[in-house]
Structure formats: structure tokens, C-alpha cells
Design a protein around this ligand. Structure first.
Ligand SMILES: Cc1cc2nc3c(=O)[nH]c(=O)nc-3n(C[C@H](O)[C@H](O)[C@H](O)COP(=O)(O)O)c2cc1C
Length: 169
């Protein structure tokens, strides 16, 4: 069984994407890290933000887990800004925290998206798959979700059950 962690990147800590994360966490027993509760500044070429929450967080992840599930709402056809900032900061691991960067190699990645539309535009997952390939991570799968009247529709629950089962194997 893979040891995994869910990285939630929503602007709403108690929003729809969190509901999905909570459901997956119950099925997998994976903890959720809420990026909204962290102080992670945007990428800086001079690394002046090197003492914010990013480095301890990524270090904890690479030292303790084999699988990262990135969970993002769809904001303007894209991943959330919070999630994008986290991805930008992975560049720190290629420049000043190279040991941490090397540990990402061989880890697994999966992605949860949550939108108001039931369908995602083509290419939504491309930044994730390409980042995984660039970092030498193994991209496992992705799943698109939505919420109806405040809860997870049955059809989405079923897909989440299969998604979660396939990940923990
Ligand atoms: C800034 C913003 C942009 C959005 N853009 C899209 C979009 O492009 N496609 C879509 O399906 N839903 C879009 N939505 C709807 C959200 O993806 C949807 O409500 C989602 O469930 C919100 O998750 P959250 O509660 O974790 O923020 C947008 C919502 C916001 C706030």
C-alpha cells in the first residue's frame, strides 16, 4: 500500500475541493495538507522567501510519502493560483534545495480537479503530466469532480471509489 498525501490548493479551506479531499482521505487514510493555511510566497529569483513554509512542507512530503495527490479547483480553466504557486516553488528544489528535488524522482503523482462544469477542457492536466515527467515522477491518474447541492453526486462518488482503490494498491 502506497503512503500518500493529499495537497489541497483551494481558496476555500471548507469548499468543494475540500469536500472531495475529505472523501478521498476517508477512503485512503491519507492526510490532507491545506496550502491555504500555509505561508507560501510566489517564486522569487533571489530566493528571498526561502524561510517561508514551502521548504519544510516539501521536505516533509519527500521524506515521508511515496504519492502526492494534488487537488485543485478549476479556476478559469486552470489550476488554482495557490496550486500554481506551489508548483512554481518546486523550482526552488532544482536550484537551492537540490537534495529535496532529487527525492521527488520516483515518487508518484495523481490529480483531483473540481469544477462547476462536469467536463474539463482538453489539456487541463498537461502541466501536471509534464511536471511529473520533468521531475522523474510517475504520473498515475487524474479524476474530475463536481459538487451538486452541497454534496458529492453518486456518479462522482463511484469514480472516486475506483480512483482511491487504484491509488492505494
Ligand atoms: C475564480 C473562479 C474561477 C472559476 N472558473 C471555473 C472554470 O473555468 N471552470 C469551471 O468548471 N468552474 C469554474 N469555477 C467554479 C469552481 O471550479 C467550482 O465552484 C469549484 O467547485 C470550486 O471549488 P472550491 O470550493 O474548492 O473553490 C470557478 C470558480 C472561481 C471562484
Amino acid at each position: 500500500m502506497k503512503k500518500g498525501i493529499i495537497v489541497l490548493g483551494s481558496s476555500n479551506s471548507k469548499g468543494n475541493t475540500q469536500k472531495i479531499c475529505s472523501y478521498v482521505s476517508t477512503l485512503t487514510d491519507y492526510p490532507i495538507i491545506d496550502l491555504k493555511q500555509k505561508n507560501i510566497a510566489e517564486f522569487d529569483y533571489e530566493f528571498r522567501n526561502r524561510n517561508d513554509d514551502f521548504h519544510p512542507l516539501i521536505q516533509e512530503i519527500v521524506d515521508n510519502y511515496e504519492l502526492i495527490i494534488f487537488a485543485t479547483p478549476v479556476y478559469w480553466y486552470n489550476m488554482s493560483g495557490i496550486m500554481k504557486t506551489f508548483f512554481d516553488r518546486i523550482s526552488d528544489c532544482l536550484k537551492i534545495e537540490k537534495d529535496t528535488g532529487r527525492k521527488l524522482r520516483g515518487m508518484h503523482m495523481a490529480v483531483i480537479s473540481c469544477g462547476s462544469d462536469k467536463n474539463l477542457k482538453h489539456g487541463f492536466y498537461m502541466p501536471f503530466t509534464e511536471t511529473a515527467a520533468y521531475l522523474g515522477m510517475n504520473y498515475l491518474s487524474d479524476i474530475h469532480c463536481w459538487i451538486e447541492n452541497g454534496s458529492i453526486p453518486e456518479v462522482v462518488q463511484k469514480e472516486l471509489n475506483d480512483f482511491s482503490k487504484s491509488l492505494i494498491q
